[in-house]
Design a binder for this molecule. Sequence first.
Ligand code: FAD
Length: 469
Amino acid sequence: MNNTSSPAPIHIIGGGLAGSEAAWQIAERGVPVILHEMRGVRGTDAHKTDGLAELVCSNSFRSDDATSNAVGVLHAEMRLAGSLIMRSADANQVPAGGALAVDRDGFSVAVTAALESHPLITITREEVTGLPPEEWDQAIIATGPLTAPSLAAAIQARTGADSLAFFDAIAPIVHTASIDMEICWFQSRYDKVGPGGTGKDYINCPMDEAQYNAFIDALIAGDTTGFKEWEGTPYFDGCLPIEVMAERGRETLRHGPMKPMGLTNAHNPTVKAYAVVQLRQDNALGTLYNMVGFQTKLKYGAQAEIFRLIPGLENAEFARLGGLHRNTYINSPTLLDRSLTLKGRPGLRFAGQITGCEGYVESASIGLLAGRFAAAERLGETPSLPPETTAFGALLNHITGGHIVSDDEPGKRSFQPMNVNFGLFPPLEPGAVIRPEGLKRFRGNDKAIAKKHATAARALEDCTRWLSL
Ligand SMILES: Cc1cc2nc3c(=O)[nH]c(=O)nc-3n(C[C@H](O)[C@H](O)[C@H](O)COP(=O)(O)OP(=O)(O)OC[C@H]3O[C@@H](n4cnc5c(N)ncnc54)[C@H](O)[C@@H]3O)c2cc1C
């Protein structure tokens, strides 16, 4: 903190969902903010207005159910933390059933007006073309998935060529509890014990010849999304969509990501599988597994339908589906510390989608946290981290440490942007799930719902306690 009566300003680059929320949180703590937003001077390929916090696509903040939906819990936590984004969304709500959808123009106008009229916030319309200069001793980069090229190049030069992705090739991620282990089994190919491995690091789903052929037919016939013009990035080697591989030849997948070699079906050791789908642990908790090599641009509905043809995944619940789109994001688990600061550059934080969260609400929530952390530091306090049991903490943990970095595919980055979901939360304590009164049998769907309720209730209780500290 400086010696004058008013603290020195914190600079924020990018006035999107994350930057706007960060600015609000900082100013509300009595710290001045200078918000640098390039729209007005230079546009992006997706934004259409100069308004702050513009929603580039859908107008939905998804489920507002804070008892059994993880993004609903995040909404509730943000409201508890005095979020400007949530306040403006609530004030501009349009009917959408259980979802929180907004009038996009009214929402952006409300956010812009609140920031413009705040006495501690100055908004400058300019493109920041390099890393913040040293004299901006506290700064937040919140420039989003469409970060302007010169800043992206500067971030890459500072963090290393492999540390910035410009394109998402995303494989679906499955909730482990929804995988049928009576059909699947744990085994690494050739029982190889890699670094930190056990020889049983993958979940394997076996297919016979008829199942494989039916699966390939479904993949080829599946409905795919078209690339938008601005997404004209070519495929990377090793990141071909699975349906494109299937189109190249019926056997391609069986000799690629679905090869059965080095694997013995623990439930049926004498019968060799014709093909095998492998899933690899995705988070430290072991609650999520990703489908290895299954990046795809099939439409979401088609993905769920086709991937549930895979033996053992008939009832799979997907934490996220696959996708392929342009997205600038850093390799946060290795680059950022727990308070979102770039390692080796004190005072420089990242926030929003560029950190590897995904979605309007998630981006805004990481902006909220970065803003609170930066304001605390400016005021001479140690940033207080949210408990991992909260939606804030679960998401922060995914970005800064909970994700497992795969060692067995050198050169590939395994950290993928993700929406908030219950798979990111730590498991409940034994006995925390209570059988609802009057319910004789307590399993299956009833138990899953009760688990969500207990996880959500714990999150809100812990968030309230954290905010009162
Ligand atoms: C095409 C597209 C569609 C999407 N659709 C959805 C959807 O429907 N639902 C959903 O939940 N999520 C969606 N997302 C994902 C994501 O949630 C949003 O992109 C979200 O806006 C991210 O918030 P942010 O604050 O990180 O970035 P943004 O909201 O994009 O804000 C970043 C800001 O930084 C500015 N900026 C960039 N570079 C500079 C620079 N060098 N100097 C100054 N300013 C700069 C930009 O102009 C922008 O205003 C979509 C993403 C994209 C790219």
